[in-house]
Design a protein around this ligand. Structure first.
Ligand code: SAM
Length: 172
């Protein structure tokens, strides 16, 4: 009986992740460890004390950055319920103090005065670019894999992995 309940619970979670993936346009796939290291390297030079993870998935990148950059504060936004819930549980278990996680659409939030990090998809980059222009957000943005259409990257580094994953650094 317990097994059946557990199986049903896992199945419902899986269905939730699939539905949100279709609704939002991207799965909660985390940045690889090598990408996380590269992003950390770039953030170490950042003068901003606030970092926002735009679409934080299971929270692995946010938690990693919060633990490595204890002098900074990380804000994480995630819409998909299951990854968001897991990230909140992980933050509690690991007792991470300098991380705040919201189940919110970052497109409706104030993104001023923070360094932005993201690992999105082409449409997501387009919507973010529109928001940056419309709200005159001048900041540093680090994007894993995907580039903006109209903003030129200041710097591109390539992760030492199979795909030579690009990490774009922007200053808007
Ligand atoms: C590929 S994952 C990246 C996770 C994490 N940032 C990392 O690099 O490990 C992208 C996440 O962005 C979330 N997302 C996409 N658009 C969003 C939005 N407008 N507001 C909040 N979350 C969003 C998706 O649900 C997904 O979990």
């Amino acid at each position: 009986m317990i097994e059946a309940i557990l199986l049903l619970f896992l199945l419902l979670n899986l269905i939730s992740v699939i539905i949100y993936t279709f609704k939002i346009g991207i799965s909660p796939m985390p940045s690889s460890q090598k990408s996380r290291m590269e992003i950390l390297k770039l953030l170490k030079n950042s003068s901003n004390d606030e970092i926002i993870d735009l679409g934080s998935g299971f929270g692995t990148l946010s938690i990693f950055l919060a633990s490595k950059l204890q002098e900074k504060h990380i804000t994480a936004y995630e819409l998909s319920f299951v990854p968001w819930a897991i990230s909140v549980i992980l933050k509690k278990i690991l007792n991470i103090k300098n991380l705040t996680i919201y189940r919110k659409n970052y497109l409706e939030e104030n993104l001023h005065n923070a360094t932005l990090i993201c690992y999105l998809f082409p449409k997501g980059m387009e919507l973010l670019e529109d928001k940056l222009f419309e709200e005159c957000i001048n900041t540093e943005i680090i994007s894993n894999t995907f580039a903006f259409r109209n903003i030129k990257a200041r710097d591109i580094t390539y992760v030492n992995d199979l795909y030579k994953t690009p990490i774009y650094k922007y200053l808007t």
